[in-house]
Design a protein around this ligand. Structure first.
Ligand code: NAP
Length: 296
């Protein structure tokens, strides 16, 4: 199918809610050909409602980033219709909270399967089309959690940190073929990631865990932090739109000021100073466990 030069063929993962939903609706409203994907199409009502509100038309496809067959089907459906893919937005993801000893190996592997291997799975199947075209753009939604570690978020930190490292390496490899890679690294935005999609470590709520008091306190702190966040998730859709339209997008994109400042401090302060501030702010002053079980 022939398209006006400004309309791009875009594949986005994780469009049933949050950034993915808003980005898909926004890009479609701006005249792009958007293939909005989600693992469960029964959840498409919210996206379709948003698209209708914006007078936008988009195409829906089923895609679970942990299921290579579903990725293959989605990618070939796009290629059959358009014979090319201009932009891939790796957005699907979730966060699991919990201290390392409270997390099971399965908790951590699952987190990596979605946030890290999931993005790689989709990327792997899209690159050949982009290489043939001699152009393309891959936008990976990581997080500030990929730039500095936080207590109680180790699994999420690791998954986003891995995605950051992989993306930086891929940036060079795909530049050889005219394909651009860039990152979006949001701070805290109120989406379902902190609500119904939030996951907890296997032992998060186990009162016998030596971390129980800390994790309960941290949960309360995170809830307050999320509740206080006034950032509009649409800002992420606006940023992604800018990256889609840019012929030379910056590699790193931290959208909110507080995260930019924290990242700069993490970069320039000695770790001893930065970690001291964070430790004090997040862990000191928490209720200490009264007893520690001898089994621990
Ligand atoms: N909100 C924030 O503050 C924030 C900050 C930094 C980074 N991020 C990142 O932004 C991205 C989007 O998150 P969000 O805030 O918009 O959260 P969200 O509203 O929970 O959306 C997450 C989306 O990912 C999908 N998803 C999860 N596992 C999937 C899988 N295996 N295959 C396909 N889709 C899957 C979810 O689908 P289901 O409905 O089927 O679960 C949902 O559509 C994530 O990568 C997240 O880590 C968010």
């Amino acid at each position: 199918m022939n398209l006006p030069r400004t309309s791009k063929v875009i594949l986005i993962t994780g469009c049933s809610s949050g950034f993915g939903l808003l980005t898909a609706a926004r890009l479609a409203a701006k005249g792009h050909i958007v293939f909005a994907t989600m693992r469960n199409l029964e959840k498409s009502q919210a996206l379709l409602g948003e698209a209708q509100k914006r007078n936008a038309t988009l195409r829906l496809l089923q895609l679970d980033v942990t299921d290579n067959l579903s990725i293959q089907k989605a990618v070939s459906a796009i290629e059959q219709e358009f014979n090319h893919i201009d932009v891939l937005i790796n957005n699907a993801g979730y966060g699991i909270g919990g201290f390392f000893e409270d997390l099971s190996e399965e908790d951590i592997r699952r987190q990596m399967e979605t946030n890290f291997f999931g993005a790689q799975n989709v990327t792997r199947q899209v690159i050949p089309a982009m290489r043939r075209q001699g152009e393309g753009k891959i936008i990976n939604i990581t997080s500030v959690a990929g730039l500095y570690g936080l207590p109680g978020f180790g699994a999420y930190n690791a998954s986003k940190w891995a995605l950051e490292g992989f993306s930086e390496s891929l940036y060079y490899e795909l530049k050889l073929f005219g394909i651009k890679v860039c990152l979006v690294e949001p701070g805290t935005y109120r989406t379902k990631i902190f609500d119904e999609n939030r996951r907890y470590a296997a032992n998060y709520n186990n009162p016998n865990s030596p971390y129980y008091h800390y994790s309960q306190h941290l949960k309360q702190r995170v809830d307050e932090h999320v509740k206080a966040s006034r950032r509009d998730p649409e800002d992420i859709a606006i940023l992604i739109e800018r990256l889609v339209n840019s012929s030379n997008p910056p590699f790193r994109n931290i959208p909110d000021l507080k995260s930019k400042i924290t990242y700069t401090l993490r970069h320039f302060l000695p770790f001893r100073v930065f970690s001291g501030i964070l430790y004090k702010g997040m862990l000191l002053g928490m209720k200490k466990p009264k007893t520690v079980s001898p089994s621990n």
